[in-house]
Write a protein that binds this ligand. Structure first.
Ligand SMILES: Cc1cc2nc3c(=O)[nH]c(=O)nc-3n(C[C@H](O)[C@H](O)[C@H](O)COP(=O)(O)OP(=O)(O)OC[C@H]3O[C@@H](n4cnc5c(N)ncnc54)[C@H](O)[C@@H]3O)c2cc1C
Length: 506
């Protein structure tokens, strides 16, 4: 393979962060950059699903989804293996993600500075970076006349990432807005701006780092090596100066592929995602001694923290209206691939809810009491400052604790939720915003399910109680006449009976 072995910057990997960083660095033609990415480049591939906004759910479980598995050893989810999608390929998890770029409330950015000590990361600082990276595309929203999004152009700049007002609105939207209003969540025309209460359709952000890279493709100073599995970083003293990698294209043809090395004159940048980055550090000698392989010298003693992720509970319903499931029928598919049809838009409806919006006051008092006794430990939050912040937020009437997403399509990955051909579905994703549970274990590549991790999801009773109240709230929404009669909505998974967490003493 013809490439220089010495670059100014070596970036592991070509994921979301890596590609954006490489594109920015490559603007300076006097520096050379090399990306090492374990997966393939799908930009020119015939797999169109990675490129069509309306097919975002079709990417789960595909070749470009590495699929990491949570195998919790304790807590309410410990009898289950939970699937965690994760992108593998140029673009990383943005090959799979839902393209939403939602801004957080001012108070949450400011907490990064005030409580966690990231003093430059205040709400006052963020907008200049948003403007630098994003612009607003005002399409003519078909079918949105009754509920238009009125995003403020002043919040956007001229950066490469388009934030696009959705051009397609499915029939269920009006019924859903009516039901949401009846349960205290009116339509919010500025949703996604930081003021994220009420209900609103997603402003698709089209975060496509492979697109960010597009102007740079072919640039003489940028070398992209895909199917390059990075291994140990090499050090001169305590400075990373190179990376070993395995060229999997060559290994596949049996030619070589073993033991290649690239060197960095300036920096090796490690951004291989939340599960792989710690492991790559450890095999390179940075981490707790117990996690560094025998024979590798420890360069930095960095015990590290456990991993935290926001779990989502999924509820599947049937509807009498057309949903994206009509696209399963090839006749509909052909008829609807127009610029303004369902495929043009990643259609999702968002709500962010503070506790008081969906939880009984006695339950709120109960979880506040539980939080008093929460301690820093390896299946709960391990950072004392984060724990204090999360405890404080349970008393704050405005902090969003739940993200509720309504998606107008079925969900084949939900156990028991297999779609019946010809039927139409919607599903709700109920996402915990500030989980108290925290995973004690690193990703292990040798588990029975491939890459496994223990995130101890639902290990803390506060998380279980908030998510249970979220499911009960969704039931209230679908019981509204607008949904029940207007949209013919009926619960499929979970069905109408009591939830396990209501019958057990969870
Ligand atoms: C289904 C789904 C939906 C999401 N929806 C949204 C959304 O709507 N909005 C939002 O803001 N966020 C969303 N996210 C989250 C967002 O996509 C991620 O936070 C983001 O992509 C992470 O970027 P990253 O660069 O840290 O890692 P990734 O983009 O995951 O990149 C990691 C890369 O490292 C590579 N790699 C790993 N090990 C090696 C190695 N040894 N050598 C070389 N390369 C290696 C992988 O192949 C991968 O390409 C979603 C995520 C998923 C999975």
């Amino acid at each position: 393979m013809a490439f220089s072995l010495l670059f100014d910057y070596v970036i592991i990997s070509g994921g979301t962060a890596g590609v954006a960083l490489a594109a920015r660095l490559a603007e300076d033609t006097s520096v050379s950059i090399c990306i090492l990415e374990a997966g393939k480049d799908y930009a020119d591939s015939e797999n169109e699903d990675v490129k069509i906004p309306g097919k975002y759910m079709a990417n789960l479980g595909r070749e470009w989804d590495e699929g990491i598995f949570n195998v919790p050893k304790a807590g309410a989810a410990s009898d289950r293996v939970l699937y965690n999608p994760r992108g593998k390929g140029l673009g990383g998890s943005s090959l799979l993600n839902f393209m939403q770029l939602i801004r957080a409330p001012v108070s949450e950015y400011d907490a990064l500075a005030a409580s966690l000590g990231a003093t430059d990361w205040t709400a006052a600082e963020f907008p200049k970076y948003f403007k630098k990276s994003q612009h607003l595309t005002k399409n003519q929203p078909a079918g949105n006349q009754v509920h238009p999004l009125t995003s403020d152009p002043a919040l956007y700049g001229s950066g490469p990432i388009p934030n696009t007002v959705p051009v397609y609105t499915p029939d269920i939207a009006t019924h859903y807005y009516t039901a949401c209003k009846a349960v205290g969540m009116p339509f919010n025309p500025v949703g996604g701006s930081g003021n994220n209460g009420g209900v609103w359709p997603a402003l698709a952000a089209n975060i496509q780092p492979t697109e960010c890279l597009a102007p740079m493709r072919g640039a003489k100073n940028l070398t992209v090596i895909t199917e390059a599995h990075a291994g140990r970083n090499l050090f001169t003293g305590s400075r990373a100066t190179g990376v070993q990698f395995q060229d999997q294209k060559e290994s596949a043809t049996g030619t070589s592929g073993e033991g290649r090395t690239v060197h960095a004159k300036r920096e090796v940048v490690l951004c291989a995602g939340v599960f792989h980055t710690p492991r790559l550090l450890e095999i390179s000698g940075i981490g707790g001694r117990a996690y560094i392989p025998d024979g590798v010298p420890q360069i930095v003693d960095l015990p590290g923290n456990a991993t935290e992720d926001h779990p989502s509970v999924l509820c599947l319903c049937e509807t009498s209206l057309d949903s994206y499931d009509v696209l399963e029928d090839p006749r509909h598919y052909r008829a609807r691939t127009k610029d303004t049809g369902p495929l043009s838009t990643a259609t999702l409806f968002y709500s962010y809810l503070p506790l008081k919006a969906f939880m009984d006051p006695t339950k709120i008092t109960e979880i506040q009491r539980l939080a008093q006794h929460a301690a820093v430990q390896n299946t709960d939050i391990t950072s004392p400052r984060t724990l204090e912040l999360f405890k404080k937020w349970l008393h704050d009437e405005e902090t969003y604790q739940l993200e509720l997403i309504m998606v107008p399509m079925g969900l084949p990955i939900l156990p028991g939720g297999e779609a019946v051909p010809g039927k139409r579905y919607i599903f709700f994703s109920i996402v915990l915003m500030h989980p108290f549970s925290c995973g004690p274990e690193r990703a292990s590549p040798t588990g029975a399910h491939g890459l496994e991790v223990d995130l101890a999801l639902l290990g803390n009773a506060i998380d279980v109680q908030i998510l249970t109240a979220g499911v009960q709230f969704v039931r209230k929404v679908i019981e509204q006449d607008a949904m029940k009669t207007g949209a013919g909505v009926r619960a499929v998974v979970p069905g109408p009976g009591p939830l396990d967490t209501e019958t057990a003493d969870a």
